[in-house]
Design a protein around this ligand. Structure first.
Ligand code: DQA
Length: 137
């Protein structure tokens, strides 16, 4: 099984960015843990702060990977283009968020991605990614 995790804008700063909201752990150490815990799964990882690069990666993996776990960061709430890309591919996408976006500012309550994803996991910190991975197993 091949799964791609995509992190969008500002998530390269995980661990130092607003740690009271997003936690103190960086993504790389969590990824090492995930790869050890799920050694039977090929877990590819991509991070970009650029909307078009995220779309290109969805196109690249979206016809032969088994699943995509996507935290599009703030693009979640603004990007019709990422929503269209998810619609255009055949690989199922699970939307994840570290924070509970529904408990935050109202502009974070809207997502252009949720309607075109198989599901959305929000509010469990890094565990959101683990739960998303479990959903594909
Ligand atoms: C986020 C939530 C978004 O609203 C925010 O813009 C992010 C991170 C999360 O993981 O909680 O960058 O996607």
């Amino acid at each position: 099984m091949r799964i791609l995790i995509i992190n969008g804008p500002n998530l390269n700063l995980l661990g130092t960015r607003e740690p009271e909201i997003y936690g103190k752990e960086g993504f790389e150490s969590f990824l090492t843990y995930l790869r050890e815990e799920y050694s039977e799964v090929q877990i590819d990882y991509y991070q970009s702060n650029v909307e078009g690069e995220i779309i290109n990666k969805l196109h690249e993996y979206g016809f032969d990977a088994d699943g995509i776990i996507l935290n599009a960061g703030a693009y979640t709430h603004t990007s019709i283009a990422i929503g269209d890309a998810i619609k255009a591919i055949s690989t199922p996408v699970v939307e994840v968020h570290l924070s509970n976006v529904f408990a935050r500012e109202s502009y974070r309550h809207e997502s252009f991605l949720t309607p075109v994803c198989v599901g959305c996991i929000s509010g469990f910190g890094l565990k959101s990614y683990k739960l998303a991975l479990e959903s594909f197993l």
